[in-house]
Write a protein that binds this ligand. Sequence first.
Ligand code: FAD
Length: 505
Amino acid sequence: MMQQNIRNVVIVGGGTAGWMTAAALSQLLGPKISLRLIESDDISTVGVGESTIPMIRLFNKVLGIDEDEFMLATKATFKLGIEFRDWGRLGDSYMHGFGKFGQDLETLNFYQYWLRMHLAGKAPDIERYSINRMASQQNRFMRADPSAGNSPLAEITHAFHLDAGLYAAYLRRYAEARGVVRTEGKVLDAQLRADGHVESVRMENGAVIGAELFIDCSGFRGLLIEQTLKTGFEDWTHWLPCDRAWAVPCELAADLPPYTRASARPAGWQWRIGLQHRTGNGHVFSSRYMSDDEAAGILMGSLDGKPLAEPKMLRFTAGKRRKVWNRNVVAIGLSSGFLEPLESTSIHLIQSTIARLISFFPDQEFCQADIDEFNRQCDFEVERIRDFLILHYHATERNDTPFWDYCRTMDIPDTLRAKMDLWRNRGRIVRLADELFAEVGWLQVLHGQRIRPRGYHPLVDLQSEEDIGQYLQDIEHVIAQCVSVMPKHADFVANMRASHERKSK
Ligand code: FAD
């Protein structure tokens, strides 16, 4: 059998999704496949997307990007997790920190030992056993030190806060240097072949651009996946009712926290993200429960510094495209669906969809079994993330506004209910297949949102209370000592910048 390989790929859209895709494909597919990216200077990108999760470092590694250079180009800072304020109850605060907790013992997870002692009132909060969380409390940061052996200093797990516009520009330079051809102009529509595949796109200037594979990175509008192929959308607004956001940058505050702050508000929540040159802020809210003016007022009234621009409104619908891959079009980024930025997962979904596309890279036959499996994996990943986000809203004691009443009492997906039941009984957390968030992520949110299990894993009782108490104390002590030698995040970033500038002179 003679396979006909793909020779021409067209990416429509040059936001974060378009340029991440172009950069990755230019690095991984090599020069034998022609890559073209079309973007219109007249259609702005969404322009937000500043908070990431640690997997982005894998993306950088695959691209061979130097981390310091990337951070300087994107005015990035480090991120150790997300602080949630006022979610479980007004006045509450907890963090979802990245990385490890404690040290697993025998066959059981560390947290099961902690749970036994914590439920008995004999151990402090779980935060004491996480270097990421304890360092965040003191605005301290350093990169993991691989030479530190078994020390928690070898296990610091970081991500970044970055400027979305600078990130796309950085990746554009990277991709163009590796042969990606950029075509500026507006796509008007697309032409279909007899079998329903997209044959070409027609530009405003009359040019017609063909390819065998199209990647739709055109943002919420979904130019090819929806407007052309009418793929359909699964709406999840009943579970994730926020549908708008005001975003505005402001001057930097005095401190530079190595974490994103997500503060719950009467009908949504507000983010704060410190970069090298400014703080990014946004208020995500439900238009069913709050007017645009009121939402803007809450945001502008709670900035840390002087606003640096007028607030910008973004509208969205939580949900996913029915098929991320339809015929010869693969949707990547906002064109594939959207989950609000509470756990900073959108850039990660771009990355994982690119990786999946590489795994299932088609030839011109476009085998349906491959496409079906690709779509199944995309659905699984996004549905598990959806459940994790719903947990933040649903597991609350807040009853102070109609929005929180709705979230607290709403029906939830069975998959989430099963997770919550497992936790409520014996504190069990089961990571399903390769779902994105690991046990420790779920642990922090379940506990942080005040769901307390009735018991713990029975095999914990094979150890004496005294031994467990000593073991917890030792870990707490080592983590506190490690954090005390870490530099302040602001100093770490300033030193990194100074040393890079010295080197490049
Ligand atoms: P866009 O940025 O909208 O880009 C679309 C591109 O398509 C543009 O280049 C445009 O010119 C082009 N285009 C469109 N139509 C045409 C046409 N007809 N012809 C030619 N070109 C066209 N993600 C995170 O990971 N972390 C976060 O903290 C985070 N915060 C967010 C906050 C909010 C309020 C929102 C809405 C999103 C957030 N996201 C976040 C998501 C993140 O912003 C997006 O995933 C990311 O920016 C990718 O967007 P995109 O490239 O798919 O679309």
